[in-house]
Design a protein around this ligand. Structure first.
Ligand code: CFM
Ligand code: HCA
Length: 526
């Protein structure tokens, strides 16, 4: 029986038929998988809701905005501080990342409408916290009773003279948190991006989709700044709304998490002609590749030389530790199950240590995250076809654009993967298993059948894995460690994984009845 059939073996015919489309074994040419479809009701999925994707993921890390959860208190409470995106305020920038604002809707609000309460919450937020902007995120009941949060936002915007943006991200919308990412991206683009008036410099770039979990964005920014890039904004990790207002002025968008922010990348391309480059700052070799791709885009000999200089220095600084961890970790096997991008990114970091990925999957990725996608180029029809370099950056009022003809774009595309993402499956080895929307039953089957040395996933299955005597490392929260991105992050990751594997705890994980005799008895009738 194939590995896939062994995983599916215990399912009823109906469930088998559905799940078979979401589980594949990599061969030479099968890149297709079913994804972004509804989970079968009753199955224990690891997915979250639309509100989680909008408020918790994409908007949550913006630091100087007060995000009001309009709904019963549970949604606000359970999305409060559970995601380890770090942010630092300073004397110019407020930081509300560790706060939780909620209207705390009660039954009478559900019956008679919650708009009054929302208006009162906005008033209190302004009076007490004076945030630079306010965002309102709807939870399920708000959509069901029909509160007009957009009208409340428009009124409050005039009243309090600051941006107030509402997001209709009711939890039940769509099949996972993915719909919430899209709603958040649309709101940022419609109301915030493009309203700033910063002027770009020679190497102005944006990072899109770096969430600063455990300080990852700070490590990525450190490296890019060393080379000489001017980071207009990283959306959203540790960002300020005023930085986001200027996102349209950058020459190039670096897309770290394709799943959650490709909509902004595409909209910036459509509206402003800014190309995007898929990068991955997780892993030493992928960080080096990403840095070289960015330099190639700007095609400036000085920048290229500086890039190589920084790469050489950074590699030299981590060389000994990387070699040490590699010597200890080489040959281990890993399973990865995370949201919509990390299962691909972390395979590269694991490869740096000689760790082999035997199974990888996503909670809510779409087919393009698995299978790849290419976006049609932005073509300026009257572009001069003589010289790519001179056309690459051209000043247009206060904004720069990439003006290329079709042939020029094709030539540039051959050098750098612009507006293109190869997807996870192509990068995986033959014989590995790919699972979409893996559930708790399948997690246990993977442990039993594939026996990975390490299981990387999240909090919902962590303890099941540990109780099976296998190391679990959380790739969402990094188990409160990090950063794991960039050069220094790779060393932290190697250290944490080695510590986890060498702890004596796994030898002690044994069911109690295997150590001491069971107490047996029988019920007596009285
Ligand atoms: Fe992107 Fe993320 Fe991820 Fe994601 Fe997430 Fe996250 Fe994740 Mo948790 S935005 S898709 S919705 S990289 S919160 S920072 S860790 S599931 S793999
Ligand atoms: C979310 C957030 C989450 C959950 C993490 C986990 C995160 O999906 O709503 O399940 O361990 O990264 O905090 O993905």
């Amino acid at each position: 029986m194939s590995k896939v059939d062994r995983i599916l073996d215990k399912y009823s015919a109906r469930v088998y038929k559905n799940r078979k489309l979401h589980i594949i074994e990599k061969t030479e040419d099968n890149h297709e998988i079913s994804a972004n479809t509804r989970t079968i009701p009753g199955i224990m999925t690891n997915r979250g809701c639309c509100y989680a994707g909008c408020k918790g993921v994409v908007l949550g890390p913006i630091k100087d905005v007060a995000i009001i959860t309009h709904g019963p208190i549970g949604c606000g409470f359970y999305s409060w501080g559970t995601r380890r995106n770090k942010a630092r305020g300073d004397k110019h920038t407020k930081n509300f990342v560790e706060y939780c604002f909620s209207t705390d809707m009660q039954e009478p609000d559900i019956v008679f409408g919650g708009e009054k309460k929302l208006k009162q919450a906005i008033k209190e937020v302004v009076e007490i916290f004076d945030p630079d902007a306010i965002m309102i995120c709807a939870t399920c009941p708000v959509g069901l009773i029909g509160d007009d949060i957009h009208a409340v936002a428009a009124e409050a915007e005039k009243l309090y003279n600051r941006k107030v943006v509402a997001f209709s991200c009711e939890g039940y919308k769509g099949v996972s948190q993915s719909g919430g990412h899209h709603i958040a991206n649309n709101g940022l683009m419609r109301h915030i991006i493009g309203t700033g008036d910063r002027v770009p410099t020679k190497y102005s770039i944006n990072i899109l989709g770096e969430y600063n979990i455990g300080g990852d964005a700070w490590e990525v920014e450190r490296i890019l700044k060393r080379i000489g890039y001017d980071i207009v904004v990283n959306i959203p990790g540790d960002s300020s709304i005023h930085e986001i207002e200027n996102a349209h002025i950058a020459h190039l968008n670096l897309v770290q998490c394709h799943r959650s922010i490709n909509y902004v990348a595409d909209m910036l391309k459509d509206k402003y002609g800014t190309s995007w480059l898929k990068v991955n700052f997780i892993g030493v070799s992928s960080t080096v590749k990403s840095l070289r791709d960015i330099a190639r885009y700007f095609n400036d000999p000085e920048l290229t030389a500086r890039t190589e200089e920084v790469i050489a220095e950074e590699l030299a600084a981590i060389h000994d530790e990387m070699e040490y961890y590699k010597s200890k970790l080489k040959g281990k096997t890993a399973a990865l199950f995370v949201g919509g991008s990390r299962s691909h990114h972390y395979q590269k970091l694991l490869k740096d240590f000689g760790v082999e990925t035997i199974m990888a999957g996503y909670e809510f990725a779409h087919r393009d995250d698995y299978e790849g996608r290419e976006v049609l180029p932005f073509i300026k029809e009257d572009a001069d076809s003589k010289n790519i370099e001179s056309l690459r950056i051209e000043k247009d009022e206060r904004r720069y654009r990439l003006y290329l003809s079709e042939e020029q774009y094709e030539k540039l595309r051959k050098e750098i993967p612009l507006d293109y993402y190869e997807g996870m499956i192509k990068d995986m080895e033959k014989g590995t298993i790919i699972i979409d929307d893996m559930n708790h039953f399948e997690t246990e089957e993977i442990i039993r059948i594939l026996k990975p040395d390490i299981f990387f996933s999240g909090i919902k299955d962590k303890y099941v894995i540990q109780k099976a005597g296998i190391l679990s490392r959380q790739l969402h929260s990094y188990d409160y460690s990090g950063p794991y991105a960039g050069f220094n992050g790779a060393v932290n990751f190697g250290r944490d994984v080695l510590m986890g594997l060498t702890t004596p705890a796994w030898g002690l994980v044994k069911a109690p009845w295997k150590n001491s005799p069971m107490i047996e008895g029988h019920l007596q009738e009285v």
